[in-house]
Design a protein around this ligand. Structure first.
Ligand code: G3H
Ligand code: 13P
Ligand code: ZN
Length: 306
C-alpha cells in the first residue's frame, strides 16, 4: 500500500530499528526495492533525487512508484529526496508523493527554518510527511577536519529547528557524505554528537550518505572492468551503532548503483552474445533487489510491516 511513512518512522525511532530510504530512477529500480520490501515484509521508502526526476520525468516516475506501491502488500512511501527549493517540494506533493524532504540546509538558519516551515504547513495539510535537514553533509576528508566539523549539526540548533518548523523527521550531519568515496583514511563519524541530539529531540533522525561501499562489491565490479580506486563507505558496525543511538531512517543510493553496475558488467563480459535487453535489465533488477534485502536486514526492518 502507498502510505505516509510517519507511523513507521516513529515506531522505528521508539523501537530501535531503521526504515530504509532507497533511491530509484526507473521501473526496474523501483520494482527491485518494492520486491525486496515485500520479500522481507519491511516498510520502506522509495525515493527520487532531483537528478532522478530530471532523468525520468516527475509524472512518469511518480506514476510508476505509486502504482507498484498501491499493489504491494507492505507499506511503501514515495519520497522526494533533497528537494532543494520550496517549488520542488511542492511539486512533489502535487505529483502525489506521500513524503518530501525540504533541503534548504545550505541557507542561513533563519532562512532554512522559514522555508522548511512553509513546506511543513503545505505538506501537513495534504497528509504528507516532511523530512528536513540542518547542518551540511561534508566528508571530513573532502574539506578538512575543522571545516567539516563546522558543517555538522549543532545540537541546540536542532532543537530550535524542529520546534520552530514542525518537521517530522530530521536529517543531521555527523561526517557521512554522498557517493562512493567517503573517507581517505580511517572511517570516522561523530557519534557523540548524534547521542547528544538524540537525547534532545524525539523525532526520527535520518542518516544520509550511509552506503557501505563494501570492498568485495568494489572488487567484483573492478574484476569486470570498473575503475573505482579508493571507493569506501560506512562500515556495518557504524550503522548498527547509529541505529542504537536514535537513527530511524537510513538512505542508500550508492550501494544500489554499485550492485547494478557490477552485475551489468559481469553479464556483458560473460555473455557477449546477450541481445535481449530485458534479460540484461532483469539481471540489474535482481542485483538491486538483493542489495536492498541486505540493507533491510542490517537496519532491522525485516518483518516490521504491520
Ligand atoms: O542525494 C543523493 C543521491 O545519491 C542522489 O544522487 O543527484 O546523482 O541522483 P544524484
Ligand atoms: P549514499 O551515496 O551513501 O548511498 O547516500 C545516498 C543518500 O543519502 C541519498 O539521499
Ligand atoms: Zn542524501
Amino acid at each position: 500500500m502507498l502510505v505516509n511513512p510517519l507511523s513507521y518512522l516513529t515506531a522505528a525511532r521508539q523501537e530501535g530499528w531503521a526504515v530504509g530510504g532507497f533511491n530509484v530512477y526507473n521501473l526496474e529500480s523501483a520494482r527491485a526495492v518494492i520486491a525486496a520490501a515485500t520479500n522481507l515484509r519491511a516498510p520502506v521508502m522509495v525515493q527520487t533525487s532531483e537528478g532522478a526526476v530530471k532523468h525520468a520525468g516527475f509524472g512518469n516516475i511518480a506514476s510508476i512508484v505509486r502504482r507498484l506501491a498501491e499493489e504491494a502488500p507492505v507499506p511503501v512511501a514515495l519520497h522526494m529526496d533533497h528537494g532543494k527549493s520550496i517549488e520542488v517540494a511542492r511539486a512533489a506533493v502535487e505529483a502525489g508523493y506521500t513524503s518530501v524532504m525540504i533541503d534548504t540546509s545550505r541557507l542561513p538558519l533563519e532562512e532554512n527554518i522559514a522555508a522548511t516551515r512553509e513546506i511543513v504547513e503545505y505538506a501537513h495539510a495534504r497528509d504528507v510527511q516532511v523530512e528536513a535537514e540542518i547542518g551540511q553533509l561534508a566528508g571530513i576528508e573532502d574539506v578538512g577536519e575543522e571545516e567539516a566539523e563546522a558543517t555538522f549539526t549543532v545540537p541546540e540548533e536542532a532543537v530550535r529547528f524542529v520546534n520552530e518548523t514542525g518537521a517530522d523527521s530530521l536529517t543531521i550531519t555527523i561526517g557521512t557524505s554522498h557517493g562512493a568515496f567517503k573517507f581517505k583514511g580511517e572511517p570516522r563519524l561523530d557519534f557523540g554528537r548524534l547521542g547528544t541530539i538524540a537525547d534532545l529531540i524525539e523525532n526520527p533522525i535520518v542518516l544520509h550518505g550511509a552506503s557501505a561501499v563494501r570492498s568485495e562489491d568494489v572488487a567484483f565490479a573492478e574484476r569486470y572492468g570498473a575503475r573505482l580506486p579508493k571507493a569506501t563507505g560506512i562500515p556495518q558496525e557504524f550503522i548498527q551503532r547509529a541505529i542504537s543511538l536514535g537513527v530511524a531512517k537510513i538512505n542508500t543510493d550508492s550501494d544500489l548503483r554499485l550492485a547494478a553496475l557490477g552485475r551489468m558488467r559481469q553479464v556483458l563480459t560473460e555473455r557477449p552474445d546477450i541481445f535481449n535487453l530485458y534479460e540484461l535489465m532483469g539481471e540489474v533488477e535482481d542485483a538491486i533487489r538483493s542489495s536492498v534485502e541486505a540493507r533491510i536486514r542490517l537496519f532491522g526492518s525485516e518483518a516490521k510491516a504491520a
